[in-house]
Design a binder for this molecule. Sequence first.
Ligand SMILES: Nc1ncnc2c1ncn2[C@@H]1O[C@H](COP(=O)(O)OP(=O)(O)O)[C@@H](O)[C@H]1O
Ligand SMILES: [Mg+2]
Length: 615
Amino acid sequence: MSNKIAAPDAHKVSHAYQDTNNVPSRIRALPDIVANQIAAGEVVERPASVIKELIENSIDAGALSVTVSFRNGGKSLIEVIDDGHGMGRDDAILAFERHATSKIQDVADLKAVATLGFRGEALPSIASVSRLSLTTCPGGGETGVEVIIEGGKLKDVRDAPPIPGTRTQVRSLFFNVPARRKFLRSESVEAAHCHEAAVREALGRPDRGFTLLRDGKAVFEARPESGGEIDRRIAALFGGKILEQITPVECAYAGMTLSGYVSRPGVTRAGRDLQYVFINGRYVRDRLVGKALADGYRSLLPRGRFPMIFLWLTIPPDRVDVNVSPTKTEVRFVDAGSMFHLVKSGVADALQAPGGRERPGFAPSGVGLRRDFAGPAAVAKTREFYEPVAALDTSEKTDTAPQAAPAQAEPAQAELLHFDTAIPDTFVAVGQVFKSFILIEDGDRLLLIDQHTAHERVNYERLTLRYREGRIDSQELLFPVQLELTARDADLMRRAVTQFERLGFFLDHFGENSFVLRAAPSLLLETDHQAVILDIIDTVARDGLGASLDAVGEAAINIMACRGAVKAGQTLDREEIRNLVESLKRCRLPFTCPHGRPVALTLEKKDLLKGFLRK
Ligand SMILES: Nc1ncnc2c1ncn2[C@@H]1O[C@H](COP(=O)(O)OP(=O)(O)O)[C@@H](O)[C@H]1O
Ligand SMILES: [Mg+2]
C-alpha cells in the first residue's frame, strides 16, 4: 500500500537552548496534543463540525454512499460510514498527525484545491477532544485496521475485519475539555445543527448518496444522482413540494457557471434558512455573494422577507481561494466583479423568465380561503413542505440557537388563491371590486389584481428607466410651491439639488433654508409635492444615504412610484383598468410591487367548480 499521506515532522523539533548572553529561552514548540487542541478550538466548534469534517473526508475519499448517524445531539456519538477508497494501516495512523494530508503536496497545490479538505487538521483535532475509533480498509484489502485514540493519545492499533471503506466513530466529544462541553447547547439544538451540517454536505454533492440517522431513526435518505440532478436532491432533503416554489437558474460568465434554483417571485420566507450557496461543491457564506443575490432580487422582496436559494457556483479552482478560514466557509475571489455580475444577473434573469402557470399540485385539495391572502405572508407557504429541517438561524454574528424541528408539520392549509406571475396577453376585464381590485378573466382562471400595487410596479419601472436615461418627465407648476426646510433637510437638499432635477423636481434656493419648487414630475402633478419631497429627504436622511446620489435616486423612485399610484378606494373606469393592465403586461417584473407585495392572485375555475360541488 503506497503511503498517500505526506507527514511533515518539522513541527516535532523542539529547541531549548541558551543564547550567547545566557538569557534562557522562553519560547517552546507546543507538544502536538496541545497544538491539536488549539486547532480543535477553531475546527471543532460543536458536534455538527465533526459531522461536516467527517463527511467531507468521505466525499474526498470518493465515497458513493455516506451514512451519518448521531445520538444525543452528537454529544454521545457521531458515526460516519463510507464506501470510499479507505486507507492502509500506515496511512490510518498517519492521518492523525497534525497537518498530515494526502490532498495537497506543496504550495502550488494550494492555489487550486479541488478537494474539500486539504489542511490535514480535522482528524487530529477531533481526536484530541474525543474518544475516536477509525476502522478502514483499502479497496480490495484483506484485513482492515482499527485505530483508537482518546483525548489525542493513541491507545490501540489493531486488525479489523475488512470493510468497504472507512468508519469513524466519535464518542464523548469534549470529554477532556469541560469548558467546551459546558458551552454545548441542549440536545435538540445540537441535533438541529448536526442535521443542518449534513444537509449542507448532501446538497453540495448530489452525485453522492447520503443517509442521516438521528438516534437510530432515519431523518433523510438521498440516493446518488448520477447526473447530479439537484432538483431531485432538493426534493429528497426538503420534500417534493418545494420544487413548485422555485425556479431554475442556469448561466455562465467569464469561465464561471451558476446553476440551481431560487424561489419564484412572491415566494418568500421569514428567515435566511433555506439559503444555500455552494462554490465548487463547498458550502460557503459569503457577503459578496449575498449582496449579489439581494441585488438580483431587488424590488421583489418585502422588507424582512427572504428568498430560498439553492445555487451552485463553479469557478476554476485557481480563481478562488478557499484557504481563508479553518472551516473554509469563507472564500476570496480572484475576479470578484465577474462573480458578482454572474450571480446578480443570473438570478435577475431567472426571476424574469415567465413563471409557469401550470403548476400541478399547487392547487389545494379542499376549499377554504386564507384570510390573510393580502399580505406577503400568504405567498410564503413553504413551511409545511420542508419542516423536517430545523429552522436554523445560521447568521454568523448572532449566537441564537436553531429551533429544533417541531415534531409535527403544520397541517397544510387549503388555499384558493394563488400567487401568480403571468399577466395574460389577451384578457377580458370584468371590472373592479371593493374599489381596490381589478378582476380579469383569462381562460380558466380569474385574476385579481391589486390596483395600487400594480400601478406602483408600473410607475417604478417607468421611472427607473427614465431616470437611467437621465430624464423624468417634468412639468412647470402654475403656482410655484415654497418649501421651508429644517437646517438638516436644507443641507441635504442643497447637496442633492441636481439629483432632484434628474428626478423631475426643479428647485431654486431661496435664501437660508427656503426653496421654491418650480417644476415637478408629471407623474406627481396631482399629489402634494411638498410631502413627496419631504418623504424623500426623510428616507435619505434616515438611511444615512446623504452622500450617495444613486441612493437618493433609488429611494426617491420608490416613494414617487407609490405616491403617484392609484390608491385603494379609488374608482377606475374601463379605460383606466385596461391601461393599467396593459402597462403591467409590459413590466419586466410584473409580480410584485417594489416592496415585494404581490400584484396579482388567481382563482382557478376548477377550484370554483369544486367549491360549488360541481367537480
Ligand atoms: N474517510 C476517509 N477515507 C479515506 N481516507 C481518509 C478518510 N478520512 C481521512 N482520510 C485521510 O486522512 C487524511 C487526513 O484527514 P483530515 O485530518 O481530515 O485532513 P484533510 O482532509 O484536510 O486532508 C486525509 O488527507 C485522507 O488522506
Ligand atoms: Mg478532512
